[in-house]
Design a protein around this ligand. Sequence first.
Ligand code: SF4
Length: 238
Amino acid sequence: MDETHTQAPDGEAERIARIRAKLARMYPDATTALHWRTPFELLVATILSAQTTDAAVNRVTPALFADCPTPEAMLRLSEEELARRIQSIGLYRSKARNLLATCRILVERYGGQVPRSREELMKLPGVGRKTANVVLSNAFGVPAIAVDTHVFRVARRLGLATGRTPERVEEELMARLPREEWSRAHHWLIWHGRKICHARNPRCDLCPLLPECPTGRKQGGDGDASEAPRPARVDRKA
Ligand code: SF4
């Protein structure tokens, strides 16, 4: 166990350990649903996924990546042409503008490569902390917890976090979970949010985590997870 996390109260460490063990068994192969082969493709796919489903992104990226596998190649498209190619997903005009601006920076400052630090990634247009964490953990193996709407909701329902902003929830999760597990925990919580702990109607009746969950609808009416926690502030940059 990583010695950097904070001491949990008596019994809490065991509860969190049981949650981690169950999630690991439930989602052994959990990984990102986005399709990508290189750090550049993951960066592009993650920028495109802001306020859009991964499935919608996966429908446009195969053709896009076939023609534009590098920032140099993407810069050959005009903003209008790129927007046309991604027009089936949300916010496509601003995403096209951000993608081309990001490609320009990658070429001019990083030799066409994706930088490996959070600070540099977050300076790219369209890249916020969540996107930076997704790229760091999936493309470069840097431990990180990207807090999206599923991670935010499920972590709070499970009592792994109480914060009202994604940044605060990220800090709490990093304090409570072993560093080597951060990236997998991010995927576990997303998958659990998609498959069982839905925003509106969480399937507590099917959930193996119910005995550990302070908000699950238990037999006898103990707890209520029907109110989906939402961030106090929505960051337009993902
Ligand atoms: S018991 Fe219910 S609220 Fe708790 S994690 Fe499971 S589905 Fe979510």
